[in-house]
Design a protein around this ligand. Structure first.
Ligand code: PEP
Ligand code: MG
Length: 590
């Protein structure tokens, strides 16, 4: 869309849907500390006074920066103060000034809003350049721009969430931004960056907030308080919806609410296919506040508790007492079912266990998961002791992330044994037969599943990472999101290989990656022989209902056919076909 088109016309942007649902509400734009100003039209006669207002704001900003520079110079020395020279230079940039003046004439909108749009454009370009020096300069530009906006509006602009319900639009959100969202206020969100398997997306699903990522250029076009619709099924952001579009989406939202209410009836039923094949359906949990939902969801325990989310609250993992306290709450909430606690999986796109002096060049291939725990035995042992302690209070499982081979697994188990000995000596009760499992999320582990199976009590397949590492596609990079397909034949064969190795050695295998909550894939995953599916709390009723509509023998035949296929698209089409025939009412597509 070009600057200057009818600002009240309906506009649609296509992105990647990451969390289903429909949200309708006013836009709140947030860009890392810089909120968008309100937009209003001006007359051609007002252009001149707006240009003058802009000049005054630039002068005031210059003055402020000079004052800060002098103050810092006095306290920390001349060289520190010089950092602000770059800010001043940015304000002297004539190209920027000319662009603002030209767009002011074209758009006929208040200068705050014009300046903001231009800066967003500029920042977007800067964030995408390869040169790390230039990329880092975005923070400087944001800083100066925020000052200019403050001076224009003569008020403090802070990126505080509004106290009314809204749809959040942002360039990017970190998992912590998402985790801190209030689901009662944030009706939905969309970002320019991100992909389906980023932790931000996973959190959106766990909070039950409709979300879209990869919406290129959306930020430049949206305006504060503008009405919009998020279609989290198709991945569409609709700005200024027409009355017909609004009516259609309101009615779809009602339909969806009704369909979800009807799922209430399956909550207390077993998760079994129509021909009696049982699957354990458990929940993926990140936060303690999800436990309330866990109890009412109909889940059979916790299949994956991502303990690294502790790092959102604090920069380091809590001490043993606090961990024991939190894990106890999880055990209690499972009411007799098992709670599988995964040891710290920091790194990758998740928070790091320690600050790095220099960022890692390839975080997903770096100091992540079990590698961190093995190189920090104190941290690891604190966590293992806490897990062991709660095992005395209820059925507990411990699971290691990112295991790539037998040596890592044995090293992790040896440390677990050390902890058991310590507790034994101190006469602290624990379950000596606590189930010990490992994630299968690195292709080497999936290939070596027959070697690893005799060493553990269960496997849990993390298809988010397994897909990422098998097809060499970064799970959070929206540019390659199209290539991230968990139905890739190689991934499906690795899943089958793992399940078969588990069966041959008498251990169970579950799946806790995001594909477990995709109703299109349930027939395939059931047919491949998974014993357990672990999904977000909000997805439990729909997956249970899907499985109850399937026939196991048909699913097995489907899986056999899929294993012969060569293309992800063919596998997806085959399983989707069976799913759509078995439970058409669960498909909610707009
Ligand atoms: C996975 O990789 O599929 C998984 C469940 O772990 P996480 O998403 O936490 O990396
Ligand atoms: Mg993983």
């Amino acid at each position: 869309m070009n600057l200057g088109t009818d600002p009240s016309a309906e506009v649609r942007f296509q992105g990647t849907p990451v969390s289903p649902g429909i949200a309708i509400g006013p836009v709140h734009v947030s860009v890392r500390g810089m909120s968008a100003p309100e937009t209003h039209s001006i007359t051609p006669e007002e252009v001149h006074s707006e240009k003058e207002r802009f000049q005054r704001a630039l002068n005031l900003t210059r003055q402020q920066i000079q004052e800060v520079r002098d103050r810092i110079g006095k306290i920390s020395g001349e060289s520190e103060g010089k950092i602000f020279d770059a800010h001043l230079l940015f304000l002297e940039d004539n190209t920027l000034l000319r662009r603002v003046e030209k767009e002011l004439e074209n758009r006929l909108q208040n200068v705050d809003s014009v300046f903001y749009a231009i800066i967003q454009n500029y920042l977007e370009a800067m964030r995408r350049v390869q040169d790390p020096y230039l990329r880092e300069r975005t923070a400087d530009i944001e800083d100066v721009s925020l000052r200019v906006l403050n001076c224009l509006e003569r008020r403090e602009i802070k990126d505080t969430a509004p106290d009314h319900q809204h749809v959040l639009v942002a360039f990017d959100l970190t998992p912590s931004d998402t985790a801190l969202m209030d689901p009662d206020q944030v009706l939905g969100f969309c970002t320019e960056m991100g992909s389906t398997n980023s932790h931000t997306a996973i959190l959106a699903r766990s909070l039950g907030i409709p979300a879209i990522v990869g919406l290129e250029r959306a930020l430049i076009e949206v305006k504060m308080k503008q009405t919009c619709i998020i279609d989290g099924y198709r991945g569409e952001l609709i700005l200024n919806p027409t009355p017909e579009t609004l009516k259609k989406y309101k009615s779809l939202r009602r339909q969806k609410d009704k369909a979800y209410q009807s799922l209430d009836s399956v909550r207390d039923l077993n998760t079994q296919t129509s021909d009696g094949h049982e699957i354990v359906l458990s929940a993926n949990i990140e936060f303690i506040h999800e436990l309330k939902g866990l109890k009412t969801s109909g889940a059979q325990g916790i299949g994956l508790y991502r303990t690294e989310f502790f790092l959102l609250e604090d920069e380091e993992m809590p001490d043993e007492t606090r961990q024991t306290q939190v894990y106890s709450e999880f055990i209690e909430a499972c009411s007799g079912h098992q709670a599988i606690i995964r040891t710290l999986d920091s790194g990758g796109d998740k928070l790091s266990a320690e600050p790095f002096s220099e960022p890692e060049p390839n975080p997903f291939l770096g100091w992540r998961g079990i590698r961190v725990s093995l190189s920090r035995p104190d941290l690891f042992k604190t966590q293992l002791r806490a897990i062991l302690k709660v095992s005395a209070r209820g059925k507990t499982g411990v699971m290691f992330p990112m295991i790539s081979g037998i040596s890592e697994l044995r090293a992790a188990k040896a440390i677990l044994e050390e902890c058991k000995l310590e507790l034994d000596r101190a006469k602290v009760p624990f379950d000596p037969d606590i189930e010990v499992g490992m994630m299968i999320e690195v292709p080497s582990a999936a290939i070596l599943a027959d070697v690893l199976a005799p060493e553990v009590d269960f496997f849990s397949i993390g298809t988010n990472d397994l897909t990422q590492y098998t097809v060499a596609v970064d799970r959070v990079n929206h540019r390659v999101a199209d290539l991230f397909r968990s139905t890739n034949p190689a991934v499906i064969r690795l899943i089958k290989n793992t399940i078969k190795a588990g069966q041959d050695h008498g251990i169970w295998t579950g799946i806790c990656g995001e594909i477990a909550s995709d109703i299109r894939l349930s027939p395939l995953l059931v047919g491949l022989g998974t014993s357990e599916l672990s999904v977000g709390v909000h997805q439990i009723p729909i997956i249970k209902s899907a499985i109850r509509s399937l026939n196991f023998a048909d699913c097995e035949n489907l899986a056999e056919e899929c294993l012969k296929m060569h293309k992800s698209g063919d596998i997806l089409a085959a399983t989707r076909n069976m799913a759509k025939t078995a439970y058409p009412d669960l498909f909610f597509e707009t």
